[in-house]
Design a protein around this ligand. Structure first.
Ligand SMILES: C[S@@+](CC[C@H](N)C(=O)[O-])C[C@H]1O[C@@H](n2cnc3c(N)ncnc32)[C@H](O)[C@@H]1O
Length: 314
């Protein structure tokens, strides 16, 4: 089965994990397994556990990584169809309580955007959906037709940085009084009508920011990230590393602040210095985020907004 997706910051993400033979690794966002394949090529033995909440990613991995799954080749791969918010619990089911490395490549995969029926893209007409996990009940149709005007405006502003969030929210509420907004193209039309003509001519597609915002809300993308990173840090063995690729500033802020929290020690109130024995949990491998090379920027448009942060468990 084909899974057309070009991995971003491929070598930077995996090489910075410094993979060790025989180690246990986690790919929190398996997708098409581009990062996974490269990691597996660097290990002569060991284990990789790949998480994805998207059934299509899991199904394609079953056929594309069959040899690793059956154990015909070393190292072995195991797949988990679940949200990475259940990291610790799912690893415990596999008898794993410590890992040597984990990486996250956040956001959507190309098939999610390119398969019209997934309803993620303003480029194709489809039912409003945008669920990464097809078994989830809540979808973009429900969000667009059930959130009140303020909730809609808040989502568009917070997750899409959409300047015209209030105008778009008002127009959505007006329109759905007549009939429910069912498709991506209906929503695109409403967004276009809500944005003043002059503003529509500059920047990218007028629906880009709103679609991104709705997707983030539908999939609770920011809600689950920090707790999962904290679980991952707790699971890492000493010397183990965590790499995280983000594609938008709110995600990057969560990663940066979580790494900061665990790489600095707080001086307890009333104490002049850090008492002996209190040590940070993490060491930052790179102070500034790693971004794509000129070559990658030229080849892969998605790499433009990518930022990679890496830390090591002490
Ligand atoms: C950018 S793609 C990963 C691509 C992959 N690294 C590769 O090289 O092919 C992100 C994937 O993560 C999955 N995903 C996003 N958030 C998730 C979450 N909270 N839990 C599990 N999977 C998630 C998506 O379904 C998608 O398949």
């Amino acid at each position: 089965m084909e899974f057309k997706h070009t991995s971003v910051l491929l070598h930077e993400t995996i090489d910075n994990l410094a993979p060790q033979s025989g180690g246990t690794y986690v790919d929190a966002t398996f997708g098409g397994g581009g990062h996974a394949r490269y990691l597996l090529s660097k290990l002569d033995k060991g284990n990789l556990i790949g998480f994805d909440q998207d059934q299509y990613a899991i199904d394609t991995a079953q056929s594309n990584f069959a040899a690793f799954l059956k154990g015909d080749s070393q190292p072995r791969l195991q797949l988990v169809h679940n949200n990475f918010s259940h990291l610790k619990e799912e690893l415990a089911k596999l008898g794993i309580s410590g890992i040597d490395g984990i990486y996250y490549d956040l956001g959507v995969s190309s098939p999610q955007l390119d398969q019209a029926e997934r309803g993620f893209s303003y480029r194709f007409d489809a039912r409003l959906d945008m669920r990464m996990d097809q078994s989830q009940d809540f979808d973009a149709y429900q969000l667009v037709n059930q959130y009140d005007q303020k909730q809609l405006a808040d989502v568009l502003y917070r997750y899409g940085d959409e300047k015209f969030s209030r105008q778009i929210a008002r127009k959505i509420v007006e329109r759905r009084r007549v009939k429910p907004i069912a498709t991506t193209f209906e929503l695109v039309e409403i967004i276009k009508e809500a944005i003043p003509a002059a503003a529509r001519r500059s920047g990218g597609h007028p629906a880009k920011k709103s679609f991104q915002a709705i997707r983030v809300e539908v999939n609770h993308e920011l809600d689950v990230l920090q707790a999962s990173l904290e679980e991952a840090i707790g699971l890492l063995n000493p010397g183990g590393r965590i790499s995280v690729i983000t594609f938008q500033s709110l995600e990057d802020k969560i990663v940066k602040q979580t790494f900061k929290k665990y790489s600095e020690v707080e001086i307890p109130r009333g104490m002049p210095v850090v008492p002996e024995g209190i040590k940070p949990t993490l060491r930052l491998v790179n102070r500034k985020p790693i971004t794509a090379s000129e070559e990658e920027l030229a080849e892969n448009n998605r790499s433009h907004s990518a930022k990679l942060r890496v830390a090591e468990k002490l």
